[in-house]
Design a protein. Structure first.
Length: 287
C-alpha cells in the first residue's frame, strides 16, 4: 500500500494534467469523428455511417463560405491592428515612464475582466450615441480590435519584462540607430510574444459570438451562422471546417514555439571575451 501511495504521490500531478488535457480534447475528438458522419436528416447528433463526402465537399454551402470568409477577414484585420497597437503600448508601458502609466496598466486589464455581454451592450450603445448609420463589418472590426488589444499587451509585456537590455546597448555601441536596434535586435527577440499575442487575438476574434451578436447588424460571421443553423440543423460541413481551422491553429502554434526557442537561443549568445595575458612579476621587472 505504501508503494502504491508513493507512486501516486510522485505521478499525481502528471495524472491530473493528463485528465485535464483529455477533458479539453474530448469535444474536439467528437467533432472530428462526426465530421465523417452520414446523417439521414439535418441533425448530426447520432452516428449513422462513415463517409468522406463532406470532406470532399467541405465548401459546398455558399452561405457557410460567405460567413467563414467574413470571419477570416475580420479576424485577420483585427489581429493586425490590435497586434501593432498592443505591441507599441506594451513597449511604452514597460520602457517609459509617463503621467498615467500606473492607471494605464490597470485599465488595460478591464476589457479582459468585463463580461462579454456587458461589453457588447456598451459598444452597441456607444455606436448608437455616435449616430452610426448602420451596424456591420466596420462596427465589428472596431469592437474586435478593442477587446483584442488588451490580450496582446499582456502577452508582449510579459516578454519585455525579462528582456536583456544589454543587447540593445551593445547594438547602439556598435553604431546602430534606434530604428535599426529595434528592427534587428528588439523585434526578433520579442517576436515569440508578438506572435503569441497575435494568435490569441486571432482566436478570440474568429471565435467571438456575444459581442458580434450585438454589433453585427446584417453581417453574418461564422459563429453567428452556426448559432442560426443550430435551430434547423447544423450541416456536417461545419464540423469539417472547424477541424480545418483547428489544424491551421496547431500548425501556427508549432511555428510560434519554434520561433520562441530560436529567440531563446539568440538571446543566450554572448560575445567571447578575449583572453587577457597575465604578465608575471619577473617578466615585468625584466621589461
Amino acid at each position: 500500500m505504501s508503494g502504491a501511495w508513493r507512486w501516486l504521490r510522485e505521478h499525481g500531478v502528471n495524472i491530473v494534467a493528463g485528465l485535464v488535457v483529455a477533458y479539453m480534447l474530448i469535444p474536439i475528438a467528437v467533432i472530428f469523428v462526426f465530421s465523417f458522419n452520414d446523417p439521414a436528416g439535418k441533425f448530426n447528433f447520432t452516428w449513422a455511417g462513415f463517409t468522406l463526402k463532406h470532406w470532399q465537399n467541405a465548401f459546398g454551402i455558399p452561405e457557410l463560405n460567405s460567413a467563414l470568409f467574413t470571419s477570416l477577414r475580420l479576424a485577420l484585420l483585427a489581429t493586425v491592428v490590435s497586434t501593432v497597437i498592443g505591441t507599441l503600448m506594451a513597449i511604452a508601458l514597460v520602457r517609459h515612464r509617463f503621467l498615467g502609466r500606473r492607471p494605464a496598466n490597470l485599465l488595460i486589464v478591464v476589457p479582459m475582466a468585463t463580461p462579454e455581454i456587458v461589453m457588447g451592450a456598451s459598444l452597441l450603445s456607444f455606436f448608437i450615441i455616435l449616430g452610426t448609420p448602420s451596424l456591420g463589418f466596420q462596427t465589428l472590426l472596431i469592437a474586435h480590435v478593442m477587446f483584442c488589444i488588451s490580450f496582446v499587451v499582456v502577452v508582449v509585456r510579459s516578454r519585455l519584462i525579462g528582456f536583456d537590455r544589454n543587447l540593445e546597448e551593445a547594438a547602439q555601441d556598435l553604431g546602430a540607430s534606434p530604428l535599426q536596434t529595434f528592427r534587428l535586435v528588439t523585434l526578433p527577440l520579442i517576436m515569440p510574444g508578438v506572435l503569441g499575442g497575435a494568435l490569441l487575438a486571432f482566436a478570440l476574434s474568429i471565435d467571438d459570438f456575444v459581442i458580434s451578436n450585438f454589433n453585427s447588424g446584417t453581417t453574418v460571421t461564422f459563429p453567428l451562422y452556426i448559432y442560426g443553423a443550430a435551430q434547423r440543423g447544423i450541416p456536417v460541413e461545419v464540423n469539417v471546417i472547424a477541424m480545418i481551422l483547428f489544424g491551421v491553429t496547431v500548425v501556427a502554434m508549432g511555428a510560434t514555439v519554434w520561433q520562441q526557442r530560436r529567440a531563446e537561443r539568440m538571446a543566450s549568445v554572448r560575445p567571447e571575451q578575449e583572453a587577457v595575458p597575465v604578465v608575471g612579476i619577473g617578466a615585468a621587472e625584466a621589461a
